[in-house]
Structure formats: C-alpha cells, structure tokens
Design a protein around this ligand. Structure first.
Ligand code: ZN
Length: 274
C-alpha cells in the first residue's frame, strides 16, 4: 500500500526528485502520507514537507491571475464607458453660436460652464470628458457653412461613440428674436426613453435654481442626439437675447449654480439606472 503510494508520487513529480536527492532519502521511510494538499515524506523518523511543488504551483497561479488581470484591462474600452460622462461644449472655433451686439459669444459660455460641470462631477467621484477643452471646432476644410457644421458634429459624434459613455450632455445657450424668453431647458430626442429620463432629471435640478423659470424637459430633433446611441440631451442654459439671462449667464456664481444642477441631474439619472 505505502510502496504503491510512493511509486505513484514519484511518477507524479519526477522533476522535484532529482536522482541525488532520491539517493540521500533512499526512501527508507515506509510510508508517504497526505496532509491536506501537502505531501509529507518521512525520513529516518523525521517529517519533511515537500513544499517545492506547491510553491511552484502557487507562483504559476499568481502569474496566471496577473495575466488575466492584464487581459481584462486590455479589453476594457467598452467597459471604459461605464459611468463615463461626455460633456459637449456646443460650437467653438469658427462657429460662435449665438452672439450679441456686446460681443458675447455663446461658445465661450458653453465652454466655461462645461468645465465647471466636469469639475463638479469629479468632486462626486464621476469621470467626465469634454469634446473640446478650448476654443476649437472640428470642421476641417469644409467649404460651405452647412458642410462645416455637419463635419464638426460628425466628429463629435465619432468621439462619443469611441468613448461609449453612459450619457452625453451638450451644453448650449439660446437666443430668440423677441428677447422675452428666459430660463434653462433640457431637450431630448423624440422617442428616446433614456434621453427623456436624463432630460427630466436635469430639468428638475435646473428648476431648483432661485428665480429660474419653471420649464419642463421637451423632445426635439437635433442632429447630435439623433445620431448617438447613448442617452443624449441638449441643455439650453438661458437666453443671450434676454437682458436678465445675459447678465446672469456671465456671472461666475450663476454659472456654478447651472453646473451644479446639471451635475446633480446626471448623477440622479445614473443612480436611477442601478
Ligand atoms: Zn448653441
């Protein structure tokens, strides 16, 4: 019985029993016993634990686990989008968006507030990426204004698709002919349930800003929201054509309030997905 076990053991781990060691042990010991997963060799009445095979197996397991972790990280671009938020500061570069006779450009307000939203989200442990960090466009060498605009938006859409975020929020400032309209409102793509939910979460928070008009989230047709698969909204933060809105939109404290509301809306939307 014991001899059979010893023979089986030597076949199993021949590499850990070099000839010299075998000669030293000579296998005078009558029995080989198993203790849990370890094997024990008795020699001259003393107990010897053969731990080398298990050290090697343990080492191989560590290497395997590390390799597996590396592979997981390498294939994570799609997983990267989890809880990632893309903020799109509307317009930029050649395209100022709405402008005023005082030389105020929508693109500058969009960028300033987008950066604040990113900061607010980061403070809550959320990762946000901006489609532009400075005054630029992605129109390339387009000839007509329409072609340039489409090229710019297509590039932003490709950026979003590549990042595969949880949400896309495009920040804008409105203008109207009469100058009477005021207040912030969120728009979602008609037919998009996730866009609607996100817009409503953001609108609820925007309405909490003191003296804010009590608008509701609305559906609309926008090239950006229509051509992205993720939950996407356009937020118009007020009217440059309205003197009161215009003054507030330039105030650092009001921009902070808007950014806080957008960040809170996004976080509440994401919390609802869990
Ligand atoms: Zn705009």
């Amino acid at each position: 019985m014991c001899n059979e076990e010893k023979g089986a053991d030597r076949r199993l781990f021949p590499m850990f029993y070099p000839a010299g060691l075998r000669n030293i042990f000579k296998y005078e010991q009558k029995c080989l016993e198993r203790v849990y997963m370890r094997r024990v060799v008795w020699y001259a009445g003393k107990k010897y634990y053969r731990i080398v095979p298990f050290l090697v197996i343990g080492y191989m397991l560590v290497i395997f686990a590390a390799a597996l972790a590396g592979i997981t990280q390498a294939v994570s671009p799609t997983a990267m989008g989890r809880n990632l938020i893309v903020i799109d500061p509307g317009h930029g570069g050649y395209d100022p968006g709405a402008i005023t006779s005082q030389g105020i450009y929508e693109k500058d307000i969009n960028l300033a507030i987008s950066k604040k939203v990113k900061t607010k989200l980061a403070e809550s442990g959320m990762k946000a990426v901006l489609t532009r960090e400075d005054d630029r466009d992605y129109a390339g060498g387009g000839s007509s204004r329409k072609t340039k605009k489409q090229t710019d938006l297509d590039y932003r859409i490709s950026l979003v698709e590549g990042l595969n975020p949880e949400v896309l929020v495009s920040i804008h400032v409105n203008a109207s002919a009469g100058g009477n309209n005021s207040g912030a409102e969120a728009f979602y793509q008609e037919g998009s349930d996730q866009g609607k939910a996100l817009a409503e979460c953001v609108q609820v928070e925007l309405r909490k800003i003191p003296s804010m008009t009590k608008r509701v989230a609305k559906s609309g047709e926008f090239y950006l929201t229509r051509n992205t698969k993720v939950a996407a909204i356009i937020v118009e933060l007020g009217y440059l054509s309205n003197p009161v809105d215009r003054r507030k939109l330039l105030q650092n404290s009001y921009q902070d309030q808007l950014a806080n509301a957008i960040a809170a809306g996004i976080i509440n939307y994401l919390a609802g997905l869990k």
